[in-house]
Design a protein around this ligand. Sequence first.
Ligand code: WT7
Length: 637
Amino acid sequence: MTLQIKNLEEYNEAYKHSVDDPEGFWAEQAETFKWMKKWDEVLEWDFKGPDVKWFKGGKLNITENCLDRHLEDRADQVAILWEPNDPKADVIAYTYKELHEAVCKAANALKANGVEKGDRVCFYMPMVPELAIGVLACARIGAVHSVVFAGFSSSALADRIKDATCKMVICSDYNHRGTKNIPVKNVVDEAIGMGCDSVETVLVHKNTGADIAWNDKLDKWWHDEVDNQSADCPAEQMDAEDMLFILYTSGSTGKPKGVVHTCGGYMVYTCFSFKNVFQYKEGDVYWCTADIGWITGHSYIVYGPLLAGATTMMFEGVPTYPDAGRFWEICDKHRVNQFYTAPTAIRALMAQGDEYVDKYDLSSLKVIGSVGEPINEEAWNWYNQKVGRGNAPIVDTWWQTETGGILISPLPGITDTKPCYASYPLPGVQPVLLDADGNLIEGNDVEGLLCMKFPWPSILRTTYGEHERCRQVYFSSFENMYFTGDGARRDANGRYRVIGRVDDVINVSGHRMGTAEVENAINEHDNIVESAVVGYPHDIKGQGIYAYVITNHAITDEEAFRKEIKAVVTKMIGPIAKPDMIQIVPGLPKTRSGKIMRRILRKVASGKSDELGDTSTLLNPEIVEAVKEGAAALKKG
Ligand code: WT7
């Protein structure tokens, strides 16, 4: 069994062991899994390449560890518990035995449709059990899954399908979300029409049953292909370093990149971190509210919990349907023991009033988690008092798509918690703070750039098809360091508080976005000459999107124009990237070399126009006044 730390002494011991002898430490953890062939070498690494290999030469299949391994002692235990969007509709439960069968059938259906080891399969689906089943079916046969969050637009979906040259797309007909019925197959059709020539099959899961357009050349129904397959599908033998999945994420420049995770290290680390951060115990019901379209869903709805033999819940709906008490109603109904959500959801529900949470029995909750962005003190306190009722420790978990698993978090009941602090590194994680010149900032009560000086098993291996970009973005800023892009503070006790991105990445409702990506989308509008996007503090979303735009002619109906800009962003990326504020400006403050001075734009957007400092060295200092005045006018509405 994977180590589950029980007290502070064990944490200190495990941490020390993991730093003194990382290979020995991780070999011990890895030995608790089922390998088809044992590894030859635990770790080979070099951050220059980068070239990181964990459990080199080892052979395994992650689904044998998620499913087959549990058939002996927990075949009839619920593996996935599915709560539908409509609270009156039926809950669906898959036991480990049933999930194993469903995955094998789906895997055979993939094979029957020509999907082979190494092929890429794209998912564009709502939170239905078939999404988890499909993902595991890929892993079963060694196909690489690339899940795209079903809120992205057809254009964003097409970019991702093309980048990974996916052979198959798996989608549903429609998505239920609150009172809405969202046509997703339609979005896939549009994306396919944008030149996704690699796609040979679109496998459609019938979710709502409403009418959809049908393309006889590509489209097949999930039930036609899957239901009659054999429930026997031997697990493909995978190398520890074979690709398990690609997941696209935004950076400060260019298009989103496909973060690549591999089989062995990802398996060991997600299981280890899940068991320790959530202190999952036999019989517990664990619920993470994320969407499987994000890394949180991959690691802590699907893989981590199933590897640990847990009962993991999937929720199809939204936190506010039928009302703002839905999360708490579900926790009460299923006697949830570990609950994991995002600060933006906490803030949104907090704003609806306490009556929604007070009326439910939340006594089953033992651990409550937070992920995706810094959690502010007010939200932390509300979560602690109203949801945790003062006796369920909050685990503020810091990590990234690239890290594969949680790197910094309290261990509930073991290490202490402090509002806004992700606190201590997990065993195997070696964070350091650097200054801008790359000097190590030692001691406590300090602030700096958060880096990792040693690899952990689930560190990204590359960005799909662009290894040089991976080196450039994560490993070139500082020698022999993985740079996270975050700034952090280390308090007097050595706890970490992650403050936020120090690059041109913004975090809107826990969704990561590159400002350049949003600018490129805005620039698609015919009347835009140039744009600059920055984040600004937003009560619910954490950060809002503020866009400064220069137009090629005077705009008479600004309201209508703003709507057009939002529509173009929705079309290019998706509704999550829609600017909250759009200010039309006569120009943008620039340096003498022509670079936009984002620092100034950030200050103005944040309502700190009086803290701009010296602007006289700008190429166009006169523009600053106009930008400030425009912002003040926009705020007044
Ligand atoms: C970025 C990664 C990891 C799953 C969800 C987001 C921010 C994440 C925290 C936290 C402060 C956090 C960071 C990070 N972030 N968790 N607990 N406290 N900031 O994954 O989309 O890859 O975004 O989210 O800025 O770099 P992601």
